[in-house]
Write a new protein. Structure first.
Lengths: 454, 93
């Protein structure tokens, strides 16, 4: 996964610091800039700079959204080399207001941790005029293992129908919402990078990355008149052996029973420098609680609504994003198994953020996240029993190569950022949320990162 | 007694996943027709204008294809036009 990345290895730190120093020196020396190129695999394919598809990496603009819906097939570049790219999130630095007793993760101390968070290898791009892919494999520096990551293989084809243009396609992917093109839905929403060593709330909705890399999905979509988007498909779980072969541990999963339908409908009018989207999405399924059958299944229905506005001026860019998800979770099987107190629970999730980007180079973002719902101490396993958490997040990022990388490798892309998260409530309480006297603000986090792709 | 559903027919095994992927690819390949255009980007998505934007003109962009086309944007393109994704460079003929 690109977001919610995983973590670090101190043995690799010296290498990471050396590369960071080299990059800093390179920036300080003012190496002449040429045309910049975005996710380098696609930049080389299209001959376009990062800023063609992204407002600020990795958020997509209208061009980037259509490149993806078109199956990653658009040409334009003269690159004839192999279709690969590398991305690394390292080094990162994580500081919490109070240390985390016992260490923030195995092999890490309670606080002030540097990490080699992750490195990913990408392949894909254009296979034919109408078939392309986004395929990612990731080495997780905290778990110290390699696994497959996001994958999206799609076929897309445009045709004219009685004066209307329909771009239709089929996508097969491994993570509900990874195929989406707006930065409001869980797989690609802000924050685009998070510390793997900072505390995270216990509760999350099922559509929010719970089934990432554990499922195989197939859906068909259409984009009518460059305005209306509709998609319908479904997901099935991968077998335990398949997941293990791909580097995923199936332990503790609550697999889908049968097929989980997924849907997405959106409208995106574009007028001059303004692009506005409003839509809905969702996922529903029966599930075996922690993989156990024999007492029936739980079920959930996640329904989301979202909107995104972009002002795409030069040099000023603004993006506003809001997504709200309601989850109805029938936990009757879990209750029978003693895994839940209630037979039914609800969750409500809000993610809202606003970014200002200057000259494709400086990005300033502020956001609010909250999750809340029915208390269930057994289901969530929290001291308070409540799933409620809320934070404010701010981030400043510098993207020196959106318009052009250094002359020796014009496809280099970099994002150097500093993020601050302030928790108002964590796992159900403002004070003493864990029964050991820890307050929500103890989890306030400063996260610095260097994120590069080439 | 409870058991993991893994051993049922519910979850996709590597073999069935591979078989389905090959089948789907075959279906897709059967529908491929290289003569049909690949998806390009609409003019509205790049805010295309029929007039220059300062020094930015389509005939000065690396993606311009004389006399009136673009490698990445759909439809006829004016050499004097401009759009949001202008990349300076000598056009290739």
């Amino acid at each position: 996964m690109i977001r919610s990345p995983l973590a670090g290895d101190r043995r690799l730190l010296p290498i990471g610091l050396l590369l960071t120093a080299a990059l800093a020196a390179l920036l300080a020396l003012g190496v002449p800039s040429r045309r910049a190129f975005s996710i380098p695999l696609y930049a080389r394919q299209t001959g376009q700079p990062c800023a063609t598809c992204h407002t600020a990496f990795l958020e997509l603009n209208p061009f980037g959204r259509r490149f993806k819906l078109g199956g990653y097939t658009l040409n334009g570049g003269d690159w004839t080399g192999p279709p690969f790219a590398v991305m690394r999130e390292a080094p990162t630095y994580t500081h919490t207001e109070a240390g985390q007793p016992g260490g923030s993760a195995p092999h890490f101390g309670p606080n002030n941790n540097f990490a080699f968070q992750q490195v990913s290898l990408f392949t894909g791009g254009r296979f034919t005029d109408n078939l392309g892919a986004f395929i990612q494999g990731t080495y997780d520096g905290v778990a110290r293992r390699f696994a497959w990551d996001n994958a999206d293989i799609r076929f897309a084809k445009p045709f004219n129908l009685d004066g209307h243009t329909l771009l239709w396609g089929i996508t097969t992917n491994n993570n509900p919402t990874v195929q989406d093109v707006w930065n409001t839905i869980p797989a690609w929403s802000f924050p685009y990078i998070s510390s793997a060593l900072a505390p995270m709330p216990t509760a999350r909705t099922f559509i929010d990355q719970v089934y990432a890399q554990q499922v195989a999905g197939l859906s068909g979509y259409g984009f009518l008149d460059d305005l209306f988007y509709f998609e319908f498909g479904g997901y099935r779980p991968l077998s335990n052996n398949t997941q293990k072969a791909l580097g995923i541990s199936p332990r503790g999963q609550s697999p889908i029973n049968g097929v989980a339908p997924y849907w997405r409908v959106a409208v995106e009018p574009n007028l001059g420098d303004h692009s506005w989207e409003v839509g809905t999405f969702g996922l529903a399924s029966k599930v075996f609680p922690i993989g156990l059958s024999g007492v029936g299944t739980d079920s959930f229905t996640d329904i989301g609504i979202d909107t995104q506005y972009q002002y795409l001026g030069d040099p000023h860019t603004i993006t506003a994003r809001v997504a709200w998800i309601h989850e109805n979770h029938n936990t009757s099987a879990s209750q029978t198994l003693g895994l839940a107190d209630n037979s039914n629970n609800q969750l409500r999730f809000l993610n809202a953020s606003l970014s200002y980007i200057y000259d494709k180079t400086w990005s300033f973002t502020g956001g609010r996240m909250s999750i809340g719902g029915t208390p269930d101490a057994t289901l969530y396993g929290t001291f308070t029993g409540s799933p409620n958490s809320a934070n404010w997040i701010t981030e400043i990022a510098y993207l020196p190569f959106m318009r052009g990388g250094p002359s020796f490798w014009p496809w280099l892309n970099a994002r150097i950022g500093l993020q601050y998260i302030r928790w108002d409530k964590f796992d159900g309480a403002t004070t003493n949320f864990n029964g050991a006297g820890r307050n929500a603000r103890a989890n306030n986090t400063i996260f610095g990162y260097l994120w590069i792709a080439f | 007694m409870f058991s993991e559903p893994e051993h049922g027919s519910v979850r996709l095994s590597r073999r069935s996943l591979l078989r389905r992927a090959v089948g789907a690819t075959g279906v897709l390949a059967a529908t491929l027709n290289p003569a049909l255009a690949q998806p390009k980007i609409s003019k509205v998505a790049v805010n295309y204008q029929d007039h220059p934007d300062g020094d930015k003109r389509c005939d000065k962009c690396v993606q311009f294809q004389p006399p009136d086309a673009c490698k990445v944007v759909d439809g006829p393109i004016s050499p004097q036009g401009s759009c949001r994704i202008f990349v300076p460079g000598r056009p290739r003929s």
